[in-house]
Write a protein that binds this ligand. Sequence first.
Ligand code: RNT
Ligand code: ZN
Length: 417
Amino acid sequence: MKEELIVKAYEIAQERYASIGIDTEKAMDALQNIQLSLHCWQTDDVSGFEASGELSGGIQATGNYPGKARNIDEVRQDILKAASYIPSNHRLNLHEIYGDFGGKFVDRDQVEPQHFESWMQWGAEHNMKLDFNSTSFSHPKSGNLSLANPNKAIRDFWIEHTKRCRLIAEEMGKRQGDPCIMNLWIHDGSKDITVNRMKYREILMESLDEIFATEYKHMKDCIESKVFGIGLESYTVSSSDFYTAYGASRKKIVTLDTGHFHPTESVADKLSALLLFIPEVMLHVSRPVRWDSDHVTIMNDDTLDLCKEIVRCNALDRVHIGLDYFDASINRIGAYVIGSRATQKCLLQALLEPLETLRQYEACGQGFERLALLEEAKSMPWNAVWDMFCLKNNVPVGEGFIAEVEKYEAEVTSKRC
Ligand code: RNT
Ligand code: ZN
């Protein structure tokens, strides 16, 4: 699209927004400062670089679109490619199984910061801060129970793994001069009815307390609940109630994965409730289709509501935004770009909301006026501001990235077998 046209459309939008008291420049500045944490696992369907790469433990990637990344270099190359189509600067969220193990098998209870040395260097070189995740799935000892396992040997193995991951996150945070957010998600649960709900939760509570006993300065812990995992449908040890209570009592960050709740539950509504009792929130923005199917995030009401709530809670500095989906059925680089840009579009609309006026209406009991302005705000020219934001950031405007992703596919990913 012609640059003058984008600028012209923006100027008209800027004036239109000014007429309702909104400064579009301020909104763009705020968006510029929001870093998404890009999940490394969309590049290769959560395979990682450990021996088998078989995915197990309550999650599943479906599809076999050609061109997935096969090694660390390809993961890095694909992430940089995706990032080049996403405006502003972002973070990278690594899982432990993506360590640079140099062709050797390093078991999970042996992992060390040195296995992430090359990632830390790469992150610094490309101005990408790192976040981290322990990995308790896809391992012979994963079974149905990891940190909540009554078998001490297995439990201790996972406690050791998670402790080591915290140390790695601490090192990453120290090196990048910005806290590394470490997420803990475990699949622990039961396929069929259990008569020991309390017992496993008690064990998990004790394991977590042991893991978190060491205090770190450069990393932050977050804990992610789930409704159920595949093959573990009847009971999830770390349910939402469990982690909400644990997070509130231990002052830990709670992760809200938008795919991890009952389909009619509003994840947006949870933010204000949690932020009154826990220090910060981590988001895994995803798109559940009927269940936690990890479809690519799009600009739908769920994502919009979530972003609006972050802004309405004035919590941009207390909410970390990561993406979490793994669609193996479409171009994987394209999947990153669509989901990231969709999240940013939602954030931009949230930042352009005439909140002050809406709140005045509400305070005066003017329900009609509030609803009318909310409706009108939906068709305000936010897209012209978005195009301008992309232009300023030197990334393709509008659908321009489709051809670029296709080109990369033709030249690079389609040649992988
Ligand atoms: C699984 C959780 C978790 C994973 C990643 C790979 O349901 O959402 O966050 O997707 O750790
Ligand atoms: Zn998640």
